[in-house]
Design a protein around this ligand. Structure first.
Ligand code: F6R
Length: 608
């Protein structure tokens, strides 16, 4: 993970780097550092802790210089500490490196370098890069970086500066995200667009094995054979506001409240004048569909949970068997994937290492790859045959909310689209379903009104050490998402159970006062869910039910009921998840935790 920024221009580099890093803290936030060329010398400052520690130090003791690299870290090799923080440098501190990714052969390289007399200060994999560049440096930084990267195995986005030239920055991308920001007489590198958006909207997306050579105001992109590559400059049309808190107490709140818009944008911009779904970036024809005999949905975490709901939608509408799998399992199993398989990859960031690897494995086996992602130009988007971009806007909080609800929207649309193409749905059902989907943004808006009630519920259960989430069918997938949300930001143990499975063992965990969130949105399973609520309540559980308006019967079996507006059962997932997101938020807040930046986590998991 980690976030990197680099700057070469006429501003004070530290200002640009700290500003940029503040937009990348979602990628990691256990330490931060910068290296600035101060003319014939590099000044390196790096500290364990949040970016603010570095920012305060730089305010107290400014460093002047227009060339620098910066880093915000999510520890992989070596604990968070000042010494393990980036930038890393060679013995003489004449070359400094920031890195995002993992150098897989670093132990081997470290040993080799140690034999040659190099001394290592940190436990990181990155330090080998600094020493390798030193080893190959003979006055030409670009050449030295080429030679160093020849030795590396793994994933890396690197930014490198040298004390000898305060007008030169070298960077390279391999399997870790990196973009170039092009300004007037100034240029930038960054792990993600928000880092540079304050300064420029002109962005170059780098491919793997592309090198960046900045010399003064000039920036050149080269391929692995040192040929100059002509790159398109893309204009970013979304605003920095979209990536800042905009008056909310934290990004998670802002993003939960952006869900009506996210769902609406994702849906409405893809309906044509006749009200039909039009997916321009999905080119699957009827003939293609005739060949496809199964679908795999592959993703991690919340995106995987969206995939579980997607399975229901595709099987129901398009009548194709679907297997949903976790990317880190899929890639090391022996899945039945061939040219008759459609792989649907789901990833908010479009950069998740396991998901990307699964995509590549599936492609190598001949499968067609359709991706659902939120980040335009991300690796997953670029390597897919068909793309569905969720229009959630940038998601910064580590806990995913609007990405999830827009992924669900995407799945419903894809399922209906495949069904129409295949002819497995009647016009009547198709248009009625779209009509139901159109109602969802307003309904999400309405569900958000339960915030106060959910806040009270969070208060009532604040002493709980365990919370259980129950559901049947598609509600079981939602239960998994609810449990994940609360675990990751409130650190309360939570587990999701298929409600019918409870009595086969896990019900033994229910004790007096144990909170149980019971999701009951599916009409045909409603009575069964009510029985399950009674079962746990009889054993002392405190039941919090989530169900559709009108299901008042549930009140007899629950301590608290959160109603979501009436909608076709199939689409209730988008609204039913919202109270669980709010519950996680309140649980975290009550405990005084950092809602947006939970411990041990980072937003974008670009390491395996
Ligand atoms: C949880 C969460 C994670 C991500 C997972 C995949 O709130 O955000 O579980 O869903 O790390 O990330 P993407 O979607 O970027 O591939």
């Amino acid at each position: 993970m980690c976030g990197i920024v680099g700057y070469l221009g006429n501003r004070q580099a530290t200002e640009v780097l700290v500003e940029g890093l503040s937009k990348l803290e979602y990628r990691g936030y256990d330490s931060a550092g910068v290296a600035i060329n101060i003319g014939e010398e590099l000044s390196v400052r790096k500290f364990k802790g949040r970016l603010q520690v570095l920012a305060d130090d730089l305010t107290a003791k400014p460093i002047n210089g227009g060339l620098g690299i910066g880093h915000t870290r999510w520890a992989t090799h070596g604990e968070p500490s000042d010494v393990n923080s980036h930038p890393h440098f060679n013995k003489e501190k004449t070359i400094a490196v920031v890195h995002n990714g993992i150098i897989e052969n670093y132990l081997e390289l470290r040993e080799e370098l140690q034999k040659e007399g190099y001394v290592f200060l940190s436990q990181t994999d990155t330090e080998v890069v600094a020493h390798l560049v030193d080893k190959f440096y003979e006055g030409n930084l670009l050449e030295a970086v080429y030679k160093a990267t020849e030795k590396l195995r793994g994933a890396y986005a690197l930014g490198v500066v040298c004390k000898d030239n305060n007008n030169e920055l070298v960077a390279v991308r391999k399997d870790s995200p990196l973009i170039v920001g092009v300004g007037e007489d100034e240029n930038f590198i960054a792990s993600d667009i928000p880092a540079i958006l304050k300064y420029t909207r002109d962005v170059i997306f780098l491919e793997n094995d592309e090198y960046v050579h900045m010399q003064g105001p000039k920036v050149t992109i080269l391929d692995e054979n040192k040929n100059v590559v002509e790159k398109k400059i893309n204009e970013i049309n979304w605003d920095i506001e979209a990536a800042s808190k905009g008056g909310y107490d934290c990004f998670m709140t802002k993003e939960m409240y952006e869900q009506p818009k996210g769902v609406e944008d994702t849906l409405m911009r893809r309906l044509d004048e006749k009200g039909r779904i039009k997916l321009d970036d999905i080119k699957i024809t009827k003939e293609d569909l005739e060949k496809i005999n199964k679908v795999y949905i592959v993703a991690c975490g919340t995106a995987y949970h969206a995939g579980l709901v997607g399975k229901y939608a595709i099987e129901k509408f398009a009548k194709i068997p679907v297997i949903a799998d976790i990317a880190s399992e899929f890639r090391y199993s022996d899945p039945f994937v061939d040219e008759n398989t459609l792989i649907i990859i789901v990833s908010q960031s479009g950069e998740t290492a396991d998901t990307l690897a699964a995509l590549r494995d599936a492609k190598a086996k001949g499968a067609r790859v359709l991706s659902i992602t939120n980040v335009v130009g991300s690796s997953i988007a670029r390597e897919s045959d068909d793309i569905f971009y969720t229009w959630a806007g940038p998601e910064i909080a580590v806990a995913s909310t609007k990405a999830y609800t827009t992924q669900l929207t995407a799945f419903y649309m894809i399922a209906l689209n495949l069904a129409m193409t295949k002819g497995s749905i009647s016009d009547e059902e198709y248009f009625a379903s779209i009509e139901e989907l159109r109602k969802i943004p307003a309904q999400v808006e309405k569900v958000l009104e339960c915030n106060e009630l959910v806040g009270q519920i969070a208060e009532e259960i604040k002493e709980a050490n365990d919370i259980f989430y129950l559901g049947r069918g598609v509600d079981y997938s939602l239960a998994m998402e609810g449990a994940l949300k609360i675990k990751e930001i409130s650190y309360v143990h939570a587990e999701a159970f298929a409600a019918g499975e409870l009595k086969h063992g896990s019900i033994a965990l229910i004790d007096k006062g144990t909170p149980v969130v019971a999701i009951a949105t599916q009409g045909k399973l409603f009575e069964k869910m009510v029985s399950n609520m009674q079962e746990v309540r009889a054993r002392g559980a405190r039941v919090i039910a989530i169900t559709q308006e009108g299901n008042t019967e549930v009140e007899k079996s629950a301590d608290r009921v959160i109603y979501i507006p009436k909608v076709d059962d199939m689409f209730a997932s988008i609204t039913a998840v919202v109270p669980m997101q709010l519950l996680a938020y309140h649980a975290s807040n009550i405990r005084g935790l950092d809602v947006d930046k939970p411990r041990n986590l980072a937003k974008s998991v670009t390491v395996e």
